[in-house]
Design a protein around this ligand. Structure first.
Ligand code: DGT
Ligand code: CA
Ligand code: CA
Ligand code: ZN
Length: 581
């Protein structure tokens, strides 16, 4: 899960330790050594303080799991950008083997075996071997594994190198704050796909209105986190910041602010459609303004100062950026029929939250208090079910203990309500992870799939539809199972899923995890059109992740969702009804 690191360096140090772990295993050394490095990496990812500060205070050894050898590696890296152990291992392990680990289903042991027997060191060679059936001749590799390796190579190739929205937004916000502080700006806004809240971001676009561009450009290219300057001009510059993210900046005069903001917000498809419509009215729209045709050179624009002015001059309502994809929004704006999109302030609670009772980082009490401090009326604690062994799912005994803790919190925090929930796994055979008498004890039952993703379409669809029809199931979480830039959705008939949800009154989640955003925007639109009720959740595993409903809400807005289509904009009674009426 992407998270906010105390510093970028923490993330880099953790990556280094993980890689040492991988290399140790690839070399065939005792797996426990690898485990040590990975455990330390996890601790460093969770640090609330920059690792450099801890190192400089001489306190590396106080970090859990950081022993002598790990500590040495960290110190060497922080001093000189390299760790000796890491360099030695890289020299000892055949080049390319590390890249094989990027293929899902190929762990260090498999990679070693593949290299030993077939001399394979690249993903292309691995693909060839899998296609020709040579992999399955190796010990412990079956035809099915071979098939899965081919699938994950295919999905690896689909990765586009785009950034997740939380990372891009954070980088954009930081740069915006820096520019406001460093220079005199009249107006300043993010635009492009970040302003439209697209699910992934190619690059960040910033726009400034000012009469003097030079100091702004200097502040921009001089920002502390700039790795590389791609272009530096009078009114237009581009830089690369951490993790290779590009940020573009343009400075325009205040008189053309609205036109420039409209233009650089896009999408390109929206702009093209808008310009086409303008031309039919003998108007020309460009990044400087809206002009009568023929007057665009030197003439006074019909409108240019604000976006509202321009849309209005075209006879349209202002269109929220999330809708600007040429998906019918221009006709709706002309007809004054744009939807009143749901906002994050409409949410009265969160119905999918984890704690350290299973795989969360923070305690149940901490999660609950943060939810209450956010101003919610309720939160459902939906720790994982028992069959999901990897996450330490709750058995009957622990369910009862947890319910007691929840009852105590409810007494203390009333009228705020903590709901006893579960995220119940839909097993490969379609059965739920708990029997009905146990499920009946939960107030919120959100069902989801974390296993057997590769089943054929009919089977996956049947699993989901079966869960939707179950009278005790209140919602389906992350219905498509996709992980952005990481895993394709499973093969599912979404129409059948949505139809069943509508028929039974089961909610469909828009999961706000930046790696999920699931349902995706286009599926939200379909669900809304078919009359389904959504639920916007964070799926938080740590207190700060409760903010992820912002991304879920943005995704719902991109799917044209209004508040009345979102179950958790309603009061406690409606939520407790299990099925939507
Ligand atoms: P991204 O960066 O791939 O996530 O997507 P955008 O939409 O941010 O695209 P980007 O950064 O290439 O351009 C920012 C905006 O500038 C885009 O949304 C619309 C506008 N724009 C860029 N190129 C063109 C173009 O060729 N024609 C028109 N009409 N608009 C453009
Ligand atoms: Ca962009
Ligand atoms: Ca751009
Ligand atoms: Zn979850």
């Amino acid at each position: 899960m992407p998270r906010e690191y105390a510093s970028e360096e923490n993330a880099r140090v953790a990556d280094l330790l993980d890689e040492i772990g991988d290399l140790l295993e690839l070399k065939g050394e005792n797996v426990f050594r690898a485990v040590t490095y990975r455990a330390a990496a996890r601790e460093i990812r969770d640090l609330r303080e920059p690792i450099r500060t801890i190192y400089e205070a001489g306190h590396l050894a106080t970090i859990p799991k950081v022993g002598t050898s790990v500590g040495e590696a960290i110190a060497q890296y922080l001093q000189g950008g390299k760790a000796r152990r890491h360099e030695e291992l890289k020299a000892a392990v055949p080049e390319g083997l590390l890249t094989l680990l990027r293929v899902k289903g190929v762990g260090p042991a498999t990679a070693r075996s593949i290299h030993q027997h077939l001399r394979i060191t690249t993903i292309d060679e691995l693909e060839q071997a899998a296609k020709s059936g040579r992999l399955r001749e190796l010990p412990k590799i079956q035809a099915k594994t071979e098939e899965n390796i081919l699938k994950s190579i295919a999905s690896l190739r689909q990765r586009t190198g785009r950034s997740l929205i939380d990372y891009a937004r954070t980088a954009a916000d930081r740069m915006v704050a820096h520019l406001r502080e460093a220079a005199d700006v009249r107006e300043l806004s993010v635009c492009g796909s970040v302003r439209r809240w697209k699910e992934t971001i190619g690059d960040v676009d910033l726009l400034v209105a000012s009469d003097t561009a030079a100091p702004i450009m200097a502040a921009f290219t001089g920002a502390a986190n700039v790795d590389r300057i791609l272009a530096q001009g009078d009114t237009k510059s581009s830089v690369i910041v951490e993790r290779g993210l590009q940020i573009d900046l343009r400075v325009v005069p205040a008189a053309s602010w609205g036109a420039a903001l409209l233009y650089f917000t896009g999408s390109k498809e929206h702009n093209v459609r808008l310009r086409g419509y303008a031309l039919r009215k003998k108007l020309l729209l460009n990044e400087y303004g809206l002009y009568r045709v023929g007057e665009e050179k030197g003439g006074v624009p019909v409108a240019s100062r604000t976006e509202e002015d321009i849309y209005q001059a075209l006879g349209m309502d202002w269109i929220p950026p999330e809708l600007r994809e040429d998906h019918g929004e221009i006709d709706a704006a002309l007809a004054h029929a744009l939807p009143a999109l749901v906002t994050v302030d409409d949410l009265k609670g969160d119905l999918h939250v984890h704690s350290d009772w299973t795989d969360g980082r923070d305690t149940l009490a901490a999660m609950v208090r943060r939810a209450r401090d956010k101003g919610y009326a309720y939160v459902a604690m939906t720790d994982h079910s028992v069959g999901l062994g990897m996450t330490n799912g709750l058995n009957l005994e622990r369910i009862a203990k947890r319910s007691k803790e929840i009852a105590k919190l409810n007494q203390e925090l009333a009228p705020f309500r903590v709901l006893v929930g579960t995220e119940v796994e839909i097993r490969a055979d379609g059965r739920l992870d708990y029997p009905d008498d146990v499920l009946a004890g939960f107030e919120i039952v959100t069902a989801s799939i974390h296993s057997a993703f590769n089943q054929p379409r009919e089977q996956i669809t049947q699993r989901l539809v079966g869960a939707i029809r179950h009278p005790l199931v209140t919602a389906i979480s992350h219905p498509t199972g996709r992980l952005l830039e990481r895993r394709d959705p499973y093969d599912v008939d979404l129409d059948a899923v949505i139809d069943a949800a509508v028929a039974t009154g089961t909610r469909l989640e828009v999961n706000g995890g930046p790696e999920r955003l699931d349902l995706p925007d286009w599926a939200v639109r379909k669900a809304v059109e078919k009359g389904a009720t959504l639920v916007i959740d964070s799926d938080a595993h740590a207190v700060e992740e409760l903010e992820w409903t912002v991304y879920g809400t943005a995704t719902a807005r991109r799917g044209w969702a209004t508040a009345d289509r979102v179950g958790n904009t309603r009061g406690l009674d409606a939520v407790l009804a299990r099925k939507v009426r």
